[in-house]
Design a protein around this ligand. Structure first.
Ligand SMILES: Nc1ncnc2c1ncn2[C@@H]1O[C@H](COP(=O)(O)OP(=O)(O)OP(=O)(O)O)[C@@H](O)[C@H]1O
Length: 254
């Protein structure tokens, strides 16, 4: 569904992303991990066509995303940044409804179906009680949930999340990732998320792509990637690897 072929990005004389190739199947989730400055956010900007690669190509269902209009991009790909939605003075309901805009025609107003969808999604995301509250009065965690709700009504095929848990407490981290995971399983959503927390990445992603210095170091399951030698060389630290008592997934103790 998503395929990157030898994608590179150079800014000035600095090569930020170098020769990156991987593919992502429909309905799967990939965790993009790696140390600070590895090139993860830059790669996300390239995939979501916010930036152009210097060389290589990115295909979505066989089409070059760089050639897509902004509207077509928004119909297929939703991107969530780490701080969620900007705190504009509009209600939660209106902010979520904006997720329908890419699907409306020129000058077309939202219809009954759009409003029903917003109601459903507010319910699913536990936001019904906030529907009339202004976005700029919400906490960071609540705003992040509104961003997920808006992405849900946008109905993308690919959801990209750049560090979605940065400003969230552990309860809300789990809540957001559970929401994304159940959406993925329910509707076959494809997910690409940048995560610094390797324990969450191991628990919530089907596959991990480990980057360092602009390049892919390794791609595999958490079993393959969350291994002492692999992490030691990339992160310059010596973590203990243990097993999650319930899921048996490898987890890191620093
Ligand atoms: N516009 C730019 N001009 C120059 N250098 C840039 C630019 N954008 C990114 N970089 C550099 O590219 C490298 C990769 O940045 P990027 O933000 O993609 O890394 P990252 O893996 O997301 O890092 P972090 O985990 O710290 O967010 C960094 O060294 C950064 O300074």
């Amino acid at each position: 569904m998503l395929e990157l072929q030898q994608v590179s990005k150079t800014i000035g004389d600095k090569q930020i992303v170098h020769d990156v190739s991987f593919s992502l199947d429909k309905g799967k989730s990939i965790g993009l991990i790696g140390p600070n400055g590895a090139g993860k956010s830059t790669l996300v900007k390239l995939i979501s066509a916010l930036e152009k690669p210097s060389s290589g190509c990115i295909h979505f269902f066989g089409e070059d995303v760089q050639k897509w209009s902004v509207k077509k991009l928004a119909q297929h790909i939703a991107v969530l940044s780490q701080d969620g939605l900007a705190p504009y003075p509009i209600t939660v309901y209106d902010a979520v409804l904006m997720g329908r805009y890419p699907h409306l025609g020129f000058f077309q107003r939202e219809g009954k179906k759009d409003h029903e969808l917003v109601e459903d999604v507010l319910e699913t995301t536990g936001l019904s009680e906030f529907r009339d509250q202004m976005l700029d009065t919400l906490s960071g965690g609540e705003r992040q949930r509104v961003a997920i709700a808006k992405a849900m009504v946008q109905h993308p095929q690919l959801l990209i999340l750049d560090e979605p848990t940065t400003f969230l407490d552990i309860g809300h981290q789990r809540q957001i990732l559970n929401l994304v995971q159940s959406w993925q399983k329910r509707e076959g959503l494809t997910v690409l998320m940048v995560l610094h927390d390797l324990n969450l990445a191991a628990q919530f992603c089907d596959e991990l792509v480990l980057m360092n210095q602009g390049e892919i170091v390794n791609i595999g399951t958490s079993e393959q990637i969350i291994a002492r030698e692999t992490l030691q060389s990339v992160y310059q630290t010596d973590p203990e690897i243990i097993r999650h008592p319930k899921s048996n997934i490898p987890q890191i103790l620093l």
